[in-house]
Design a protein around this ligand. Structure first.
Ligand SMILES: NC(=O)c1ccc[n+]([C@@H]2O[C@H](COP(=O)([O-])OP(=O)(O)OC[C@H]3O[C@@H](n4cnc5c(N)ncnc54)[C@H](OP(=O)(O)O)[C@@H]3O)[C@@H](O)[C@H]2O)c1
Length: 343
């Protein structure tokens, strides 16, 4: 019987996750039944939201179970099929375990075209992070030409797309990120108007000078003191899509800061939290728009690809250390049959 490696949640972290929270387990490669396929994992995504699933607090997604495989978005190749919908060599995306091989029901998979774009982009700019940027900025942020949009976590998967869409919409865009290299990437490669390194500057002062007309949209990815600084510069009727608060995900004590109520009242600002799945019915629209902008060269992207199944925990932990530029992805294996022209 063939065996494979799988990563299970060994322990619930308090604070920053580390190797002890992940368990590498040898399991049997499963066999597909009717309506199912056997998949070889090619690429998988590690995302900040997975940190929330490692705790057992009630949230919008169920927690990972102890001694069960961690799961998330995976690009895989069909290597055995009991399904009429899929052939051997098809490339699919699905929500699967952190393991080298998986069996999945045909209805839980979507075929993707490896000719159209690198398959890994379906985990980044053309996938969940891209859609998060698209709907959070356009539906909640409602940016208008000439307005100032500030985005935190700006050099990451979501933030880099937010800023570029805001530029497409004719806004002044200021990005906040954690290194000079990232700031240069924002301004030199992505066309942001200004970038701020939050680790080396007073964010409030830097924002004040980068946003002489105040802030109309603050796209929140990070929270904490960076959010506090942006809240002090809101214009009348500003909008604040609250996408994430990564600065608090590994905190062990309560994350208290300046209260926002008076700032919202004074600016008549609208602050709205969301999860990307709130827009699930419109994913097709978002994917088409993102795909068109990428094709036209209006939207560019970066992927930080770590190679090797063993390095999945390292890639995940790296998200909280700012190791990634653009989307963090893990390349697990080459396909057996398919040819991936772009990867
Ligand atoms: N609401 C939703 O449906 C939804 C969907 C996807 C993502 N999100 C949220 O959106 C945010 C960005 O996600 P992503 O997938 O695009 O991740 P990402 O930005 O590609 O990666 C995480 C980045 O966060 C920054 N970071 C880490 N710890 C930080 C801290 N303590 N303070 C400030 N910055 C820190 C790091 O960049 P630096 O080098 O700049 O520090 C790191 O590269 C996260 O908060 C995530 O939870 C929400």
């Amino acid at each position: 019987m063939a065996t494979q490696k799988q990563i299970q949640l060994a322990k619930r972290p308090e604070g920053m996750p580390s190797d002890e929270h992940f368990n590498f387990v040898e399991t049997e490669v499963p066999s597909p039944n009717t309506g199912e396929v056997l998949l070889k994992t090619l690429y998988l995504t590690v995302d900040p939201y997975m940190r929330g699933r490692m705790t057992d607090a009630k949230s919008y997604v169920a927690p990972f179970q102890l001694d069960e495989p961690i799961d998330g978005g995976v690009i895989a190749e069909v290597i055995e099929t009991q399904s009429e919908k899929f052939n051997k060599g098809d490339i699919v995306i699905g929500h699967l375990g952190w393991q080298e091989y998986s069996v999945a029901a045909e209805d839980n998979l979507r075929k993707i075209d490896p000719e159209a774009a690198p398959v890994s982009t379906h985990l980044g700019v053309l996938g969940m992070p891209g859609l998060t940027a698209y709907f959070g900025l356009l539906d909640i942020g409602q940016p208008k030409e000439g307005e100032t949009v500030v985005v935190s976590g700006a050099a990451g998967a979501v933030g880099s797309v937010v800023g570029q869409i805001a530029k497409i919409k004719g806004c002044r865009v200021v990005g906040i990120a954690g290194s000079d290299e990232k700031v240069q990437y924002l301004t030199n490669t992505l066309g942001f108007d200004e970038g701020i390194n939050y680790k080396t500057s007073n964010v409030y002062e830097a924002l004040k000078s980068a946003c002489p007309d105040g802030i109309d949209v603050y796209y929140e990815n990070v929270g904490g003191e960076i959010g506090d600084a942006a809240f002090s510069l809101l214009n009348k009727f500003a909008r604040i899509p609250v996408c994430g608060a990564i600065s608090s995900y590994n905190k062990t004590e309560k994350d208290l800061g300046p209260r926002v109520q008076t700032k919202l009242i004074k600016s008549s600002a609208l602050m709205q939290g969301f999860v990307v799945n709130d827009f699930a019915k419109r994913f097709q629209e978002g994917a088409e728009a993102l795909g068109k902008w990428v094709k036209e060269g209006q939207l560019t992207y970066e992927e930080t690809i770590v190679e090797g199944f063993e390095r999945i925990p390292e890639a995940f932990i790296g998200l909280f250390e700012g190791k990634n530029l653009g989307k963090q992805i893990v390349k697990v294996a080459e396909p057996d049959i398919a040819v991936l022209p772009h990867n």
